[in-house]
Design a binder for this molecule. Structure first.
Ligand code: ZN
Length: 367
């Protein structure tokens, strides 16, 4: 009865009706990112009664987000976006299920996540994650709703591997022009709102499937909000596309995080003061065999690069070291990409450790 009351203004539309509402309630949607696009999209999807919504976002609220990320308020700066989004959406509509993933989407977690949902919404702001979403969506045969904004311009499309071209038919690879890493380009919050809400509407159309709906499969809807001029362009399927020209089981997923992680470096003296840590030597076998820090574990960078990650140690910080402290920084960034939370790099590496442990002997060997 309550549900009827809640949704009556959309159920009364013949294109939705009871049948459409049931489809919405049975549907599951994963939103990648709860930021400028994800905030408005999630609010409308929750309000419309999508039965199960997943939110993946590893970020925390910052003051500079509030200009467009309308799920959050000033009192919530520093809190997890995914957790806050869940709280807000459940207070808007307690009749739906919300699942949160406080992590970054990557090549390792994407399969489980995508297999658990009917449809994916792209609320990201970088090519790397959009390519991952695209490639995984084709591999696991899930439709996804693309959105992008830059300044006054916005775009929306629906990519459905079964019926149309894919994102890489449009952009085969990241543009060669220099894009400042970790620097956000300008955006008007209201334009993010238009695009996020349009993505939510596309999701509703894809789920309800009324014959009068023509979602943007194979089409790119663009808006220039200087003039409010809109265009809908056809995206041709590229027969040589690096992704959708392949059999779906042959698509390899690659992801290098666009996020600039700050890896704290610690000196040998600081390591000695740290409690509850695991030291991991990321040098290669022969270097480890020639000598290593007592009690350290060995997990070479070459293995990490093959996505063979070390075992996680609950509640322990990880300090990585190599010979001089450069490979350990690289390894730390790769582990961060895979969701390892607290990682440090030993500054100066094993050489600095040996020097600290036996300064006189080190001097002798150098002579
Ligand atoms: Zn393609």
């Amino acid at each position: 009865m309550n549900s009827e009351q809640r949704y009556k203004r959309q159920i009364s539309l013949p294109e939705i009706g009871d049948e459409g509402q049931q489809r919405l309630q049975k549907a599951s949607v994963l939103c990648v990112g709860a930021g400028g696009l994800g905030s408005p999209a999630l609010l409308y999807l929750a309000a419309a009664g999508i039965g199960r919504i997943g939110i993946i976002d590893f970020d925390h609220v910052d003051l500079s987000n509030l200009q467009r990320q309308i799920l959050f308020t000033v009192n919530e700066i520093g809190s997890s976006k995914a957790e806050l989004a869940k709280k807000k959406l459940l207070s808007l509509n307690p009749e739906i299920d919300i699942e949160v993933y406080n992590e970054q989407l990557n090549a390792q977690n994407v399969e489980n996540l995508f297999q658990s949902y009917d449809l994916i919404i792209d609320g990201t702001d970088n090519f790397e994650t959009k390519f991952l979403i695209n490639d995984a969506a084709i591999k696991y045969q899930k439709p996804w709703i693309y959105g992008a904004i830059q300044g006054f311009d916005g775009q929306v499309s629906v990519f459905d591997a079964l019926y149309g071209p894919c994102y890489r038919c449009l952009y085969p690879e990241k543009p060669k022009i220099h894009i400042a890493n970790c620097a956000e380009s300008g955006v008007i919050g209201a334009v993010a709102g238009i695009i996020g809400v349009t993505q939510a509407l596309q999701a509703i159309q894809m789920i309800v499937k009324h014959k009068s709906f023509a979602p943007l499969v194979g089409k790119l809807w663009v808006i220039d909000s200087h003039t409010m001029e809109t265009k809908t362009l056809s995206i041709p399927k590229n027969p040589a596309c690096p992704t959708c020209s392949k059999e779906h089981q042959d698509i390899a997923l690659n992801f290098s995080s666009p996020v600039c992680y700050f890896i704290p470096e610690v000196s040998p003296e600081q390591v000695c003061m740290m409690k509850n840590i695991v030291l991991i030597d990321v040098r290669e076998q022969e270097e480890w065999d020639a000598g290593h820090i007592d009690g350290a574990l060995h997990h070479p960078l070459s293995e990490i690069k093959k996505e063979n990650m070390p075992v996680r140690h609950q509640d322990k910080d990880i300090v990585l070291y190599c010979r001089k402290g450069f490979r350990s920084l690289e390894a730390a960034r790769l582990l961060k990409d895979c969701g390892f939370p607290d990682i440090y790099s030993l500054s100066g590496g094993y050489e600095a450790w040996v020097k600290k442990s036996s300064p006189s002997r080190q001097n002798e060997t150098e002579v």
